[in-house]
Structure formats: C-alpha cells, structure tokens
Design a protein around this ligand. Structure first.
Ligand code: MLT
Ligand code: MN
Ligand code: ZN
Length: 312
C-alpha cells in the first residue's frame, strides 16, 4: 500500500458574501459580535473555493479580494520548489462581482495561469483596463460557453450552466440607463453555476442564485455535495438589521428560509452534503447556537467556514 494516496480535494478559501465578515464599515447586530470578539462568531473572507485532483495542481473558482491571505493560510496553495511558481493553474469565474474578481488584480506577478469565464464575463473584465495587469502572453483568457464541459485542472472536469441572477452591482446604473429596467433573475452568461467531477464525486458550486428552476433541481439531485448561495436568511434582512433597504430579490439572491427559500426548494432531493457559502454579514446563521443556525442544521444544511475542507 502506498503511504499517501493522492485524492481529489476541495477547500473553501472564503465563505462570506460581498463585504466579508465582519464588513469594514458595519455594526449590524452580527458584525457587532465579530468586532466585539464574541466567541460565537468567526470572521470570514469572501467566497472562493480551490479544487484539485491530486493535491499538486489547483484551480480556483472565483478570486476574492482576500486571495493573498487565503493562499497564505492554505499550505496546499503555497509556492513549491524554488523561485517563482504556483500550484494554482487556473481560475474560473462564476460572475463579474467584485467579491469574485478583485483578487485577480493581486495575481499579477508575471505568473502564468488560465483565466476561464463566459464571453460575457470576459467582456466585463476587458472593459476595466486595470485587469490588463494580467498580461497577454502570461495569463491565458479562455472563453467557456454555457453548457460546456472542460478540464479546469488535470483530473477536475467542470460543466458550467446559467442560473437566475443579475449583472454585477457596478454595471447596474448603466444597464438601467440603457434599458430602463434591471432584471435580477436573468439566465445568461452573467451568473453561472459550476458542476465539478472530482474523482467519483459530483459537486455543485453555486454562490449566487436568484431562484431554483426545475432544471436546477434536477441537476442538484443525486449530487455528493452542493455549495449554495447562503447570502441571506430572509429577504428583508438588510432592512431588519437597519443597514439598507435592498431585498435579497433585488440583489439576485434567494433567501435560505421561507416558503420560497432554498431550504424548502431543495428539501427532498438526494444530496450528500448541503453547504451554504457566500453568507452575508447580516445573516444570523453566522452565530453559533442562533435559532436560525439550529433551523438550518435541522434542515440538513452546514454553514461553511474559511479553510473548511470537503472530503470527497
Ligand atoms: C452580490 O453577491 O450581490 C454582490 O457581491 C454584491 C456586491 O458586489 O456587493
Ligand atoms: Mn457576491
Ligand atoms: Zn454587518
């Protein structure tokens, strides 16, 4: 028997929604606990995962603003050998949100890797010349079409598919000016889900989702693990916390609880592990022992934490 068997790995690098937890300018009831160092909460960086078939070559799905500290805290992602190189071979983007793309600006040190996204998301990055630090000839920009299956890194097969969602926050004003409206549950290239085949396991990563369609339910059924949009506990949570007026619906995120929430929508499906990621700092499931945490756990859901490894 070999002493160490390489096996596929999935590590949650960050588990919070846009803003992280605690958010730099927020003392909502949940952030206040974190600032006051209450042991019932732990801080979280913005959502991204790392996957590998062999533990040697890794792919990231999304690249959070905290990518440098995320890499520092996960030994598998440290540079090896000598001089300049990285085990990170590729980055796939699920949308163009700041919390998912801003970390790319920190991966600019002349390190080759592949950057994969839909044509629509690549177009958004092209429009921001700051991303040109990922120089042509160093970082390969690969366009992947909806429905496509491809090797994200050796031994990890990815399939991408549209999920209901909206364009990034910073594109909203222009879209509203141009079209007079903002669609928050459009299915297209701006928001995708990712199905990963890691060894025998089938894992779904869907950090943003406005609604669960019949097609999505069918895709989630039978999965070994689902990492799903856990932005809000309830749709009016931001207003309730006194930190804004936007609803989850307006932000393109379905809530966890309620008749139209994700817990209800996915109940009854055959899913190995249900794990919430992209958790907003207002969400009371972040508090150990809260009634919301207990209810989510009772419904079979885990609440992701940074550094959590999902054993496959
Ligand atoms: C979202 O997921 O809705 C965005 O991350 C919001 C934001 O950019 O702050
Ligand atoms: Mn987000
Ligand atoms: Zn907060």
């Amino acid at each position: 028997m070999p002493t160490s068997v390489s096996r596929p790995r999935l590590i949650v690098l960050g588990s919070a929604a846009g803003g992280g937890f605690p958010q730099w300018n927020c003392r909502c009831p949940v952030c206040a606990l974190a600032w006051d160092r209450d042991p019932r909460v732990r801080s979280r960086t913005q959502t991204s995962i790392a996957v590998s078939a062999d533990g040697e070559r890794w792919a990231l799905v999304n690249c959070a603003p905290e990518i440098l500290s995320q890499i520092r805290s996960v030994p598998a992602l440290h540079p090896r050998g000598s001089r300049r190189q990285s085990p990170v071979a590729s980055v796939l983007l699920t949308n163009a949100d700041i919390d998912h793309v801003a970390g790319l600006l920190s991966l600019r040190e002349a390190q080759p890797f592949s950057l994969l996204a839909t044509p629509g998301v690549h177009q958004v990055l092209r429009a921001s010349s700051a991303f040109d630090v990922l120089a042509e000839g160093v970082v390969e920009r690969r366009l992947v079409e909806l429905g496509a299956s491809f090797d994200l890194v050796e031994g990890v097969r990815a399939t991408i598919f549209p999920v209901p969602g909206k364009i990034a926050l910073y594109l909203e004003a222009r879209e509203e000016a141009d079209t007079g409206t903002l669609v928050t549950d459009r299915q297209g290239e701006q928001t995708i889900g990712v199905e990963l085949r890691l060894g025998e396991a089938r894992v779904l990563f869907i950090p943003g989702c406005a609604a669960i369609t019949d097609a999505l339910r069918a895709r989630l059924d039978g999965a070994d693990a689902v990492l799903f949009d856990g932005t809000l506990w309830r749709d009016d949570e931001m207003a309730l916390a006194g930190v804004g007026t936007k609803t989850g619906r307006r932000m393109g995120h379905m809530s966890m609880s309620g008749a139209e929430g994700s817990m209800a929508a996915l109940a009854g499906l055959d899913i190995g592990r249900r794990i919430y990621v992209h958790i907003n700092n207002t969400n009371p499931v972040l508090i150990d022992g809260s009634s919301e945490r207990v209810a989510a756990n009772r419904a079979g859901w885990e609440i992701a934490e940074d550094g959590m490894e999902i054993l496959l």
